[in-house]
Design a binder for this molecule. Structure first.
Ligand code: BGP
Length: 466
């Protein structure tokens, strides 16, 4: 029997403003963290590596929208508004930014694509970061102002809105793991950031509801959140301490957001344990009432890899913060060596089953999934097409598990592939390519479909996973 996905299941592409748009300083755009970091740290910033050019989407967008629709058979796509492009330093609308997003959203409609718009994709305006970023509650107010302005300006054009992309990843990368600027390693500060983003999310949802009641946002519009839900696993035959590690990692990465968006609260057991271990969150009187407004209409689940955790080897780290778990590599893991991420397609099924059991009313979709590969240009055939059969295999396996999850009761309604057209990425620039469509940096960012493009199109238009 062929594996099929429901008729109303949608296929699309996910991308972000800072990774694609380029033209970082044009039209009154402010610097965001990536622009500033690139200027200060990448020598060949002007040589096509930074968010300076992205993948040149602001030049190529009409062609890109056509490629998504015609070459890949998609009907939807997500991008993000860059806060630093839409608003000026006083938090007022920047006319050139307003004009661009109106133009983009109209072009999406003309291309036959339903656009999903996310408000924040790791791209804080630098001047706000210099005021303390998400550690400063005034930045939460600035976000609320941004959200209100975006809903009022584009509320008639856009149906699907999201407050944040991966609200655990930013604190983790910037403040906990020290991977992104400012390269801080402090678990407690990361949780402060995560908490304040939760407040910002809830205020964003409230702003959306109010704009909808006031008729500024269309009646059929929906608001959601997108998170990287990494199902946690531990060893076979785990100790109590291993299970405790799972509880806290799951609590911080997954349940934190699932509880917030379905119940309007943060998981009590996680909050208690954090407090017991000296991780103090910047809670203010009245916050519970704010968080209570954070429930959404549906949810995006970004899925790349599982988390494998075990009991930590120490209780406290060098910064004096609590340690709840150690990561480990599963002996049977299949790795994507380019990215260093485990490929475990069944993880999406497990997420779906957990969601169906613990959050049965929640509708969700796979909002990112994809495979970034280094040096793909070496796999070009005589016609110049990248032969990425591994990507076909990757997507096929994930779609197969998604189909099974739906069969077993998961309320999963769609699939967005990350980086369907190669784009710039954070610390890795253009090293790992995700696309079904290649972006040739040597040839003016020319778009060239890879082998996988035709396969994807076939699946997206037939709903048969072959
Ligand atoms: C997600 C982000 C994306 C994207 C993707 C791939 O976490 O939402 O912005 O970058 O991961 O990761 P990377 O680009 O680091 O390979």
């Amino acid at each position: 029997e062929p594996i099929t996905l429901p008729e109303n299941f949608f296929f699309g592409a996910a991308m972000s403003g800072p990774q694609t748009e380029g033209r970082w300083a044009e039209g009154g755009k402010l610097e965001n963290l990536w622009d500033t970091w690139s200027i200060e740290n990448i020598d060949d910033f002007y040589n096509k590596v930074g968010s300076y050019v992205g993948n040149d989407f602001m030049t190529m967008y009409e062609e890109d929208l056509r490629l998504l629709k015609e070459e890949l058979g998609f009907t939807t796509f997500r991008t993000s508004i860059q806060w630093s492009r839409l608003l000026d330093r006083d938090g007022e609308l920047n006319p050139a930014g307003v004009e661009w997003y109106h133009r983009l959203f109209a072009a999406a409609g003309e291309a036959g694509l339903e656009i999903f718009v996310n408000l924040y994709h790791f791209d804080m305006p630098t001047y706000l970061f210099r005021r303390g970023g998400w550690e400063n509650r005034e930045v939460v107010d600035a976000y609320e102002n941004y959200a209100r302005k975006a809903f009022a300006e584009f509320g008639q054009e856009v149906r699907y809105w999201f407050t944040f992309n991966e609200p655990t990843v930013e604190p983790e990368q910037r403040y906990q793991e020290g991977v992104w600027w400012p390269f801080t390693k402090n678990f407690n500060r990361a949780r402060t950031v995560q908490y304040n983003i939760s407040i910002a999310h809830a205020k964003g949802v409230q702003a959306f509801r109010e704009a909808q009641s006031a008729g500024l946002v269309r009646d059929d519009a929906r608001i959601g959140l997108i998170n990287a839900f990494m199902p946690p696993y531990t060893k076979d035959d785990p100790s109590d301490a291993d299970l405790e590690a799972v509880r806290m990692v799951d609590g911080i990465n997954n349940r934190w957001w699932l509880d917030l968006v379905t119940k309007g609260e943060l998981p009590a057991d996680v909050m208690e344990t954090l407090a017991e271990r000296g991780c103090v969150l910047p809670v203010r009187p009245g916050d519970d009432a704010i968080l209570a407004r954070g429930t959404v209409d549906w949810l995006g689940c970004n899925y790349y890899q599982p988390t494998r955790v075990q009991a930590p080897s120490r209780d406290v780290d060098d910064a004096g913060c609590p340690v709840f778990a150690d990561k480990y590599v599963w002996p049977d893991a299949v790795m994507n060596e380019s990215r260093g991420w485990e490929v475990y397609p069944k993880g999406i099924y497990d997420f779906g089953m957990t969601a169906a059991r613990d959050y049965p009313d929640l509708e969700w979709f796979v909002s990112e999934n994809g495979m970034g590969i280094e040096g793909e240009y070496k796999n070009r055939d005589a016609s110049g097409k990248v032969q990425d059969d591994y990507r076909i295999d990757f997507v096929r396996q994930h779609l197969t598990w998604i189909a099974k999850a739906i069969e077993d009761g998961a309320r999963c309604v769609g699939y967005h592939y990350w980086g369907a057209i190669d784009n710039w990425s954070w610390n890795n620039a253009f090293k790992n390519r995700y696309g079904f469509i290649e972006v040739d940096l040597m040839e003016n960012y020319r778009r060239v479909p890879k082998l996988s493009a035709a396969w994807m199109r076939q699946v997206a238009t037939s709903h048969i996973v072959s």
